[in-house]
Design a protein around this ligand. Structure first.
Ligand code: GLU
Length: 424
């Protein structure tokens, strides 16, 4: 029985390679369910689509689009859509698999899926962006739907893009299907609290991890990589709790201020100036130096593969909160655990986004909308319950939080697989 797939060639630290090694690490803790573990190493379904559009200058451009449904044992597929020039099948497979684990870790009734288009959205006009989104949605329309697979925002996608997706799908089926995507604008069936949910979840899990470590958030030094929806919101919540945001890195560069960056000015500055680099009330440092800065908490909230073995050796934080998906490669994970650095893994740390996506989907079906306090209270409760269960599992087996999260999640996924049985 081999888990090699003919259509991808993962390397040890590539996204799918990283995911496979995370699965290998959990197999010894699955008992009799290990018999079903191979299912985790094979996406159920992967669709590659051509996305042609007429550009504003009259030429025709083609983009490659993907939607991968990794596992649907526990419910419909769920997971975001990413627009990025580096998107490829292997990456989308890994991201979809992490969604399977994430939705099971917080016990949402979903499987895992992910999609993306290999495109640099910064190079498109608004008109071109809408065309790419609509054509892609129409192409993947054969496998998505409110009861089959529900996309959401991810890197470089937002509520406007979800509105175009919802409209395109709805036009094709001949009725307004708000439940086909989450992360929509509020007046189109979106949910209060969704925009900030991922950053909020990073904060909630981080606060609990800090408490258990005996690390006081007041005065704690926080470094953040990625200042989009996840990194900036998490930074604001840590600052509100009394922490100092000492460094922020994004695609434009790295800024540092050991007295604490003023987020009330940095957040609008980054939005209006295409990044943090030109922020005046901070020192600009070399990007690589970010990884050895003195700090207590590090929040990687950008892309995969950022914490390499080299960076894991020099990193000074006591606590790493994975706001991004797949930011730590397996060899770096081992180094961090040997060095006593606690890592709250992506598959629980950033699960706040999909949790409020679930609330949005439930609200859409019942056409009854909750207030923001109710959403935040429920989000906090789900994240805390999940984290406590994972922590107990980690203590019981003396394993990392990542392997413990996989243990809790994979048991649920494979139990569902077993109980459903193989068809035919
Ligand atoms: N893209 C987000 C994630 O990686 C959210 C997915 C969702 O809300 O479905 O978890």
């Amino acid at each position: 029985m081999s888990s090699e797939l003919s259509y991808v060639q993962p390397t040890a630290n590539s996204p799918w390679g990283t995911y496979l090694s995370q699965v290998d690490r959990v197999v010894p803790y699955l008992g009799g369910l290990a018999k079903w573990a191979e299912t985790l190493k094979r996406p159920k379904r992967a669709l590659i689509v051509d996305v042609p559009i007429e550009m504003d200058n009259g030429t025709i451009a083609h983009f490659e689009g993907y939607r991968v449904q990794h596992n649907l044992s526990r419910g419909p597929g769920k997971g975001g859509i990413r627009f990025h020039p580096d998107v490829n099948l292997e990456e989308v497979m890994a991201l979809s698999a992490w969604m399977t684990v994430k939705t099971a870790a917080v016990n949402l009734p979903y499987g895992g899926a992910k999609g993306g288009i290999r495109v640099d959205p910064k190079k498109l006009s608004l008109n071109e962006l809408e065309k790419v989104t609509r054509r892609y949605t129409s192409e993947i329309g054969i496998i998505i739907g409110p009861h089959t697979d529900i996309p959401a925002p991810d890197v470089n996608t937002n509520a406007q893009i979800m509105a175009w997706m919802m409209d395109t799908y709805s036009m094709n089926v001949g009725g307004t299907a708000t439940g086909v995507v989450t992360g929509k604008p509020l007046h189109l069936g979106g949910s209060l609290g969704r925009v900030k949910a991922t950053g909020r979840g990073v904060f909630v899990t981080g606060r609990e991890a800090a408490r258990r470590l005996g690390l006081d958030l007041r005065g704690a030094r926080v470094a953040v990589q990625g200042f989009g929806n996840v990194g900036s919101v998490a930074a604001e919540l840590f600052a509100e709790a009394g922490a100092r945001i000492v460094a922020v890195q994004d695609h434009s560069g790295t800024v540092v201020n050991q007295n604490g960056l003023d987020l009330a000015t940095l957040v609008p500055h980054a939005r209006d100036n295409n990044g943090v680099a030109s922020f005046k009330e901070a020192d600009r440092i070399d990007d690589e130096a970010f990884w050895s800065l003195p700090c207590d908490i590090l929040i990687p909230a950008a892309l995969e593969g950022q914490i390499t073995s080299e960076r894991a050796k020099t990193l000074q934080a006591k606590l790493v909160l994975e706001g991004a998906n797949g930011p730590t490669v397996p060899t770096a994970d081992d180094i961090l655990s040997e060095r006593g650095v606690l890592v709250v893994p992506d598959v629980i740390c950033n699960a706040g986004g999909v949790t409020v996506s679930y609330f949005e989907w439930v609200q859409d079906f019942s056409s009854f909308f909750w207030d923001e306090d109710e959403i935040n209270v429920r989000l906090d409760r789900i994240m805390m319950n999940a984290l406590n269960e994972i922590w107990d599992t980690a203590d019981k087996h003396k394993i990392t939080l990542r392997t413990a999260t996989f243990a809790v999640a994979c048991e649920r996924i494979l139990m569902a697989r077993k109980e459903r049985g193989l068809y035919p």
